[in-house]
Write a protein that binds this ligand. Structure first.
Ligand SMILES: Nc1ncnc2c1ncn2[C@@H]1O[C@H](COP(=O)(O)OP(=O)(O)OP(=O)(O)O)[C@@H](O)[C@H]1O
Length: 306
């Protein structure tokens, strides 16, 4: 098992955002995490990457080649209390829901800086070794080729299209050659033509990485996932292959609201669990319910001290 959580729980005051989640990911899997707004998906990612410390439970990570920077427990690393730097060094990288790029740096520089940072404690010793510096450029250039942005290497990042920025975020997450990539809504806000490109990139990246994906676009989720895990009010209510999850009555009730059910068109949308107000033509869940509260909450979630 590459990643395993046991009774993973996060409480914020009276709210239990992640509630006793037992989850396991095999190496090589592409697993989507779905669920209504506020279900605990981003909190789950924040726990796995050390942005938040669990209130309860454990997280173990067993990268194929081993990893430095965290305590070992048995054969796997116990990363329950690891910091974001430590989880990154262990081999878990992520892309963010809200862009995490340096807007005024070039596309190449964004990936190069990430490649350098992924080397952990050596990253600040810029003068240490010119060869290392060259290596970071070479890695960044190879990543730009892979994500289809080689021609934009010298473009200032803020001038990229939204879809290109999302691809670049995946490129940044790829720097340092992680074992597990966590992608938080990589198609959010991307135009329908752009979505195909981002999805193609995710499929390509999943060829040689394990991937966990938070995604509201059910067309995308059903199409590319090996497995789907469904969170509802912090609890894992379903976990299995797309065809099983799609037909699961509890999932239909909590989130899908008719999506993929017999008689419903494949363009029906996942929703908020009411099944009555979320029809959209692109198969994307309605996420507008409490946009204002959402924005404020995310700002505080991202900045919460450990
Ligand atoms: N830093 C925080 N402080 C207090 N409450 C929080 C914090 N972060 C998240 N929450 C609460 O935890 C619950 C789960 O939020 P989370 O952002 O993980 O859900 P989500 O499934 O990612 O939602 P979305 O699809 O809207 O991104 C919500 O009730 C949210 O308000």
């Amino acid at each position: 098992m590459l990643l395993e959580t046991e009774g993973l729980t996060k409480r914020f005051g009276g709210i239990t955002a992640v509630d006793g989640v037992d989850f396991a990911l095999e190496a090589g899997e592409l697993c989507s995490i779905i669920g209504p707004n506020g279900a605990g998906k981003t909190t789950f990612f924040n726990l796995l990457t050390g942005v938040l410390e669990p209130s309860d439970g454990r997280i173990r990570f067993d990268p194929p080649g081993g990893a430095a920077g965290t305590d070992r427990s048995g054969s796997a690393l116990d990363i329950t209390a690891a910091s974001p730097d430590e989880t990154a060094l262990a081999g878990i990288h992520r892309s963010y829901q809200i862009t995490n790029l340096f807007p005024t740096l070039t596309v190449l520089e964004n990936v190069r800086v990430a490649a350098q940072a992924s080397r952990g404690n050596d990253s600040w010793k810029l003068w240490r070794n010119v060869a290392d510096f060259e290596e970071h450029y070479a890695e960044a250039t190879a990543i730009l080729e892979r994500i289809g942005l080689a021609a934009e290497a010298e473009t200032v990042t803020e001038n990229l299209s939204h879809g290109e920025k999302r691809s670049l975020e995946i490129g940044v997450a790829l720097a340092g050659d992680p074992d597990l990539l966590l992608l938080d809504e990589p198609t959010a806000g991307v135009s329908s033509e752009g979505v195909d490109e981002v999805v193609g990139l995710i499929e390509d990246v999943a060829e040689d990485h394990s991937v966990m994906l938070i995604e509201h676009n059910m067309e995308v989720v059903m199409d590319i996932s090996d497995r789907i895990a469904v969170l509802h009010r912090g609890e894992l209510i379903a976990d299995g292959p797309p065809e099983d999850v799609r037909g699961d009555p509890a999932v239909q009730e909590a989130y899908l609201g008719g999506y993929g059910r017999e008689g419903a068109g494949d363009d029906s949308a996942a929703g908020e669990g009411t099944g009555d107000d979320t029809e959209e033509s692109d198969g994307t869940a309605d996420r507008d319910g409490d946009a204002a509260a959402d924005g404020g909450r995310r700002a505080s979630a991202g900045g919460e001290p450990r």
